[in-house]
Design a protein around this ligand. Structure first.
Ligand code: GUN
Length: 290
């Protein structure tokens, strides 16, 4: 049977529409729009593109976008002062500090300053802990989007074998917790895993987020597996190309012959992240106003 190509763009469009409705209701009730502040330190080109897209999507959903672009050499105290100012700002419901930060900054210390009630990335110690404890939490956008896609596709995930490849704070770790909460048997694989093909052989669900192009080969996948590819890797340009292609962590063309369903790159997992960010912002806005 031909593999289903999961349409992340369509999924995101539906979610954005729902968020837009909630944003309009919020604005009417609160007398102000829900607000998302995005902080970008430095000039990383990929981060600049993300931040611009986030700003546009926020406005399109009927929310207020606050953008802060700081120079690459911003001192720690200045960034912390900005986060504290945003924590105190009644018009800001969500705060996202774009990662990675320049190397001289202490990322964990900055994250710990974010008010957990405004932490739309779900990366503060409070929200990460609440997720592990099964308490109500704001949860990182990309893994939450993956969970929504999986539930939309197959409903009940109970008892399925899931392998998460990658252990970042924004993706792999929260992804594993979300799958555990859905009663999957979860294995976390990462760069030191000894035999990845062997680990993947049992996986009904594979979620990949390691940032290595085409790492996961088609014949490593269990026939009928569902694959969510969170990798966003730019290849070197081929002759005649100005920029290299964006590809995922899974050898997509090979995988098509093995899997039940797979997200393409681009247009899969990545396409949903901003929609979930808007969702988290409106959830935070209602709670903070409430
Ligand atoms: N960098 C790439 N994706 C993300 C994200 O979802 N949140 C933050 N804070 N930084 C990112």
């Amino acid at each position: 049977m031909a593999a289903e190509i999961i349409d992340g763009k369509a999924f995101a469009a539906k979610l954005r529409e729902r968020v837009g409705t909630h944003a309009a209701t919020f604005a009417e009730k609160a007398g102000r729009k829900a607000g998302l502040a995005v902080v970008l330190v430095g000039e990383d080109p990929a981060s600049q593109v993300y931040v611009r897209s986030k700003g546009k999507a926020t406005v399109a959903a009927g929310m207020e976008s606050f953008e802060y672009r700081l120079p690459a050499d911003t001192p720690q105290e200045e960034l912390v002062a900005l986060v504290r100012q945003l924590n105190a700002d009644r018009n800001v419901d969500g705060i996202l500090v774009q990662l990675p930060l320049p190397r001289h900054l202490d990322e964990k210390a900055v994250i710990a300053e974010i008010d957990p009630d405004k932490d739309v990335d779900g990366i503060t110690p409070a929200n990460a802990g609440r997720l592990v404890l099964g308490m109500d939490a704001l949860v990182s956008c990309t893994p939450l989007g993956c969970t929504m896609i999986l539930k939309d596709l197959i409903g009940d995930l109970s008892g399925l074998d899931a392998v998460v490849v990658g252990r970042s704070i924004l993706f792999g770790k929260p992804m594993a917790q979300l799958l555990l909460a859905e009663n999957c048997t979860v294995t976390m694989a990462h760069s030191r895993t000894r035999d990845l093909p062997e680990v993947l052989r049992r996986a009904d669900i594979v979620v990949a987020a390691v940032g290595v192009p085409f790492l996961i080969k088609g014949d490593w996948l269990k026939p009928g597996a569902i694959v969510l590819d969170g990798g966003i890797n730019r290849l070197d340009p081929e002759p005649g190309e100005e920029k290299g292609r964006i590809v995922g962590d899974v050898a997509y063309d090979e995988a098509l012959g093995h899997v039940r369903a797979i997200t393409p790159v681009p247009g899969g997992v990545g396409a949903t992240t901003i929609a979930v960010l808007l969702r988290n912002t409106i959830v935070a806005a209602y709670r903070n106003e409430g």
